[in-house]
Design a protein around this ligand. Structure first.
Ligand code: NAD
Length: 269
């Protein structure tokens, strides 16, 4: 390891995303994976879940104790919305920058973490989507909404995803709402034959959530204008699609300030 390497920890190391993070940072110049935490597989060697190149570490369970005896720069979290904010607070209290990839954080969580970043003078990030193409999709939606205010979002994810709609879909609807220069068209009254058929409304944009085996993470945003339709679609085909973004955020978070939501500040600085 060179002196300049960033010391990375991962909580949720044994999950689908965590395993990909372990593989990524086991093999990435400029980073050293020094801590792996999960509530499952405690005590087993990281190589059993992260492959041959994984560092010589055992999976640990108590995050606070692990942070106390392992100096870290960045803690990446892919766990569960009920735990992620607590993990990030534990990191911040020790001047470690959290990068939360777990989706479904509440506004209250974000307020609490914003305050903790100020108190500790340590930056942190919450990134609901690490795919570069997904961030670009939202940027393109921002441009489209200035001219085409009427949009609907169809987000599609694997059947194990717990939260709905996805954090990306909610954020896209908010971006569209903030970017509109005119109001959405008045809608005729709909006779709903099935509850939820028109999706859930965020910032005047209906979001429809699909959960199916075979899918990973996909989103289609449809803008309707007079006699024209614009479709903007992004597909994550495998979990590697998120790793370039995770590495970019890990490289940049220590030079940012406060609690940053999304990757825009990293990609469009
Ligand atoms: P998963 O269920 O496969 O993995 C979660 C892991 O976290 C498990 O190994 C579990 O044992 C561990 N865990 C849960 N609670 C814990 C706790 N309190 N302490 C320690 N370990 C704990 O889930 P996944 O598919 O890897 O997804 C994890 C999260 O990442 C989800 O919220 C998902 O929506 C999100 N996600 C985000 C992105 C992104 O780009 N930001 C991409 C994909 C998934």
């Amino acid at each position: 390891m060179s002196d300049a390497s960033l010391r990375i920890g991962i909580v949720g190391a044994c999950g689908r995303m965590g395993q990909e993070v372990v593989r990524t940072f086991s093999n990435a110049p400029g980073f050293e994976l020094v801590l792996a935490v999960d509530r499952s597989n405690v005590g087993i060697h990281l190589r059993e879940i992260g492959g041959e190149k994984a560092p010589d570490l055992l999976i640990r369970d108590k995050l606070g104790a692990a942070l106390d005896d392992t100096p870290l720069d960045v803690l990446v979290d892919f766990t569960h919305p009920s735990a992620a904010a607590g993990h990030a607070l534990s990191a911040l209290r020790r001047k470690v920058s959290p990068i939360i990839g777990t989706t479904g954080l509440s506004n209250e969580n974000i307020r609490e973490l914003t305050l903790a970043c100020q108190e500790e003078e340590t930056a942190g990030m919450y990134v609901p989507n690490f795919a570069i193409g997904a961030v670009l999709m939202m940027k393109f939606c921002e441009i489209a909404a200035q001219w085409l205010p009427d949009a609907e979002i169809v987000e599609m994810h694997h059947d194990q995803k717990e939260d709905a709609p996805s954090g990306t879909a909610i954020r896209t609807a908010e971006v569209i709402g903030e970017a509109r220069s005119s109001r959405v068209s008045p809608k005729p009254r709909t006779i709903l034959k099935v509850e939820g058929a028109r999706g859930g409304l965020v910032s005047d944009t209906p979001i429809h959530s699909v959960r199916l085996k075979g899918l990973l993470a996909h989103q289609l945003v449809i803008f309707g204008g007079q006699g024209e339709v614009l479709s903007i679609r992004h597909d994550s085909m495998d979990r590697q699609s998120f790793m370039q973004g995770v590495k970019l955020c890990a490289s940049h978070v220590r030079s940012m300030s406060g609690f940053v939501v999304g990757m825009d500040k990293v990609l469009f600085a």
